[in-house]
Design a protein around this ligand. Structure first.
Ligand SMILES: *Cc1c(COP(=O)(O)O)cnc(C)c1O
Length: 369
């Protein structure tokens, strides 16, 4: 079979989802499974659903469309705030969207009214991570304006931490967030269905029992896909970290120096990498490169091997400690982090192989045939 490929163990993803869902539900929190790390792949979404998530969220409309086309019946949540240029498509194709701009809400409202329906909205609040969201002291006036748009329905408020600024969810900022929710409910005599404050960085706070009780919604990607919380990237208890494994094939193995020979300039990426003099080494070339992976985000399962670098189509490794056992045509496998997962799933050059109950599924890009 062709290399490179990634194996995707759907049973492990289902198990991870079930672990996270049961933790959250013990604390009154429902979970939306986030599929943007896998380009909205329907098989992964279905595994999350078997694990108990109430809906699927993704940052891209195209991924949500792909899920719908594959018949993944689930309320869908658009996680990236909508582009003005895509309003009609969003009202057509998603049930809930996260929002932070009044001009967008006005257009969403008009588009929903034209279709005689209401589009549900979660208004994002920026607690300091400095990505999307309304600043807390502007939330009240924002909501006041928004409530004039009758085609959108305020379903709740949300916040996202540890994504851009690396801000850690704490009792302090979570209480501030719940305070925002209470203020809105009182000021406008509304009931917010969702107080959506948890992503994979919030699990520790949930498990410790310190998440304020009113927080009732989580949007979880990485902890389900890769079994890690995202504050310290610790493996989460009772989850698998190896649902995804990258496999690449050895194309060349040769003894060569550890430092390039000749006058040096930039590499293919405009960088001037440093080389450590370690004498001759056994170097292997493999058939993945920067076009397919984030090389800082992969680690060989054989701990004695070292990734030295990569060009667009080659991975260069030092395999000296086990040189005799590595041959052209061998496959090496790698664990991957979230950045590498994004690249691998996006690369059309990496074949996706889905396993369920240990059996390889026949799939198309839309899911099981
Ligand atoms: C990506 C994303 C999530 C999921 O984050 P994880 O750390 O993968 O759990 C949640 N909410 C929003 C808005 C996102 O963009």
């Amino acid at each position: 079979m062709a290399t490179p490929y990634v194996t995707i163990d759907l049973d492990k993803i289902e198990h991870n989802a079930r672990t996270i869902v049961s933790l959250c539900s013990a604390h009154g929190i429902e979970v939306t499974g986030v599929t943007k790390g896998v380009c909205g792949h329907p098989e992964v979404a279905k595994a999350m659903q078997r694990g108990g998530v109430i809906s699927i969220g993704d940052s891209r409309r195209k991924n949500l469309r792909r899920l719908r086309a594959a018949g993944v019946a689930s309320p869908s949540m658009l996680l990236r705030v909508p582009a003005l240029s895509a309003i009609d498509d969003i009202v057509e194709g998603t049930d809930v969207s996260l929002n932070s701009e009044l001009s967008v809400l006005e257009r969403l409202s008009a588009a929903a009214q034209r279709r005689n329906r209401a589009h549900e909205v979660i208004v994002m609040v920026d607690l300091g991570d400095l990505r999307e969201g309304v600043w807390p002291n502007e939330l009240r006036s924002f909501i006041r304006e928004m409530l004039r748009f009758s085609g959108v329905r305020l379903a709740g408020i949300g916040t996202n931490l540890a994504c851009f600024g690396g801000v850690i969810p704490s009792e302090h900022n979570m209480n501030q967030f719940v305070g925002c929710a209470c203020d809105i409910e009182e000021a406008f005599d509304v009931q917010l269905k969702w107080i959506s404050a948890v992503n994979s960085s919030g699990l520790e706070l949930v498990a410790s029992g310190k998440m304020p009780g009113r927080v009732n919604h989580a949007r979880i990607g990485e902890a389900i896909l890769l079994g890690r919380e995202t504050v310290q990237r610790k493996p989460w208890p009772h989850t698998f970290q190896d649902a995804f494994v990258l496999h690449a094939e050895v194309l060349e193995v040769k003894k060569k120096p550890s430092v390039p020979v000749g006058e040096r300039s930039e590499d293919a990426f405009g960088e001037r990498p440093a080389f450590e003099e370690r004498g001759n080494m056994d170097r292997a070339l493999l058939n993945v490169g920067r076009e397919d992976i984030d090389i800082a985000g992969i680690r060989p399962f054989e701990p004695r091997f070292e990734v030295l670098g990569a060009s667009s189509g080659y991975l260069v490794m030092d395999v000296s400690p086990a040189a005799g056992s590595i041959r052209v045509g061998d496959e090496l496998s790698f664990s991957i982090n979230y950045g590498a997962l994004l690249a691998i799933m996006t690369s059309e050059y990496v074949e996706k192989r889905f396993l369920r109950s240990g059996v390889l599924l026949e799939t198309t890009s839309q899911g099981t045939e």
